[in-house]
Ligand binder design. Structure first.
Ligand code: KG4
Ligand code: ZN
Length: 334
């Protein structure tokens, strides 16, 4: 079969990323321009600033990706971009750019769901990972479990009913005056803390659901910090981080364990920004002895164009390209 080379643009949040990927599995280049330093000043992503910055750098990132891959635009077969979920203005920059490029070059265009991108991120480094498998998506905006039956065939079997796990890492970090994004900073401090020091409650639903709730855990950690602050009692940030992280990860493990009981299988992929957390990876690997656990390397855990290109490839093989009438879908559900 002829090789298919996909160029992908990801601009759903605060990273402008352009990647070129061969046959859905081989990264030719993956350039990421992160806006973290800009948003850090505000303690979180400012949507208007994000779209302006995407617009400013997208041409440069495209050029860099082509240069790094030593490839010409004429050698690209398909142009793709994330169409949702994400920030509306930010998504528009990448999607419209991709449509324009595809039209100008007379190449097929395809829109990709960002979550499908995260699920596909493991295909780029783990050639032995093929469906079926269970996938846990843990990011700043999502906490979901999927039964991946085939490429592009996903059954959502669990999701958060309120906050996403990454969002809670970020909110707690902010309360502790740690910089954005909070996840990596919480992980760093947690290493020096006692994870059994503070008992934060796990949220629970009915026995037969794989859904999550993180707002209860978030509130109890914030209450602990506020109450001690009011009483002028000094807290150990390290113990708070370690105890919170332990509870947050235990909740994930419990539901993934239920997923394997219900759906069987022996492969698990954990993807999304929070999957770069080493404590989380260790806990899962120690807990699931008969399951092979796949995680992407750090650069593919957080938002990147390569994962979008991988998802685009499998979707293109099955269904061909998208229409130009495809619009951004900031709140699209899976
Ligand atoms: O996948 P991602 O880049 O963006 C979304 O699609 O949301 O994920 C970003 C999230 C942030 O909430 C960030 O705090 C979290 O991933 N994160 C981490 C770690 N690294 C990034 N959370 C916990 N531990 C980490 N080491
Ligand atoms: Zn993401």
């Amino acid at each position: 079969m002829k090789d298919i080379i996909v160029l992908s643009i990801e601009t759903s949040c605060d990273e402008t990323s352009v990647a070129i990927v061969k046959n859905g599995r081989e990264i030719i280049s993956n350039k990421i321009y992160s806006q973290i330093d800009i948003h850090n000043e505000f303690g979180g992503v400012v949507p208007e600033v994000a779209s302006r910055k995407h617009l400013e750098v997208i041409n440069i990132v495209i050029d860099e990706a082509l240069k790094e891959g030593n490839i010409n635009l004429k050698d690209i077969d398909v142009i793709s971009a994330t169409y949702g979920p994400g920030l509306i203005g930010a998504l528009l920059v990448g999607l419209q750019y991709a449509k324009g490029l595809s039209y100008a070059l007379n190449k097929d265009f395809i829109g990709v769901n960002h979550i499908e991108g995260h699920i596909s991120s493991c295909f780029l480094e783990h050639k032995d990972l093929v469906p079926p498998f269970i996938s846990l998506v843990v990011s700043g905006g999502h906490t979901m479990i999927f039964n991946v039956k085939d490429y592009g065939v996903y059954e959502k079997i669990g999701e958060t009913r309120d906050d996403a796990i990454g969002e809670v890492f970020d909110k707690i970090a902010r309360k502790l005056n740690l910089s954005y994004p909070g996840g990596p900073n919480i992980e760093k401090l947690a290493k020096f803390g006692d994870e059994d020091k503070i008992k934060f409650p796990k949220s629970r639903f009915e026995e037969d659901t794989l859904d999550f709730s993180y707002s209860g855990l978030k509130s109890s950690v914030l209450n602990y910090i506020n109450t001690n602050n009011l009483k002028n009692i000094e807290i150990s940030k390290e113990d708070v981080c370690a105890s919170f992280q332990k509870t947050a990860v235990s909740m994930l493990i419990e539901n993934v364990e239920k997923a394997f009981k219900l759906y069987g299988g022996d492969k698990l992929s954990i993807v999304g920004g929070v999957s770069s957390n080493n404590y989380l990876k260790e806990r899962f690997k120690n807990h699931f002895k008969n399951v092979k656990v796949y995680t992407p390397s750090k650069v593919l855990c957080t938002d990147n164009g390569a994962m979008i290109a991988s998802a685009a490839y499998y979707s293109y093989l099955k269904n061909g390209g998208s229409e130009y009438s495809l619009n951004v879908s900031p709140n699209i559900k899976f």
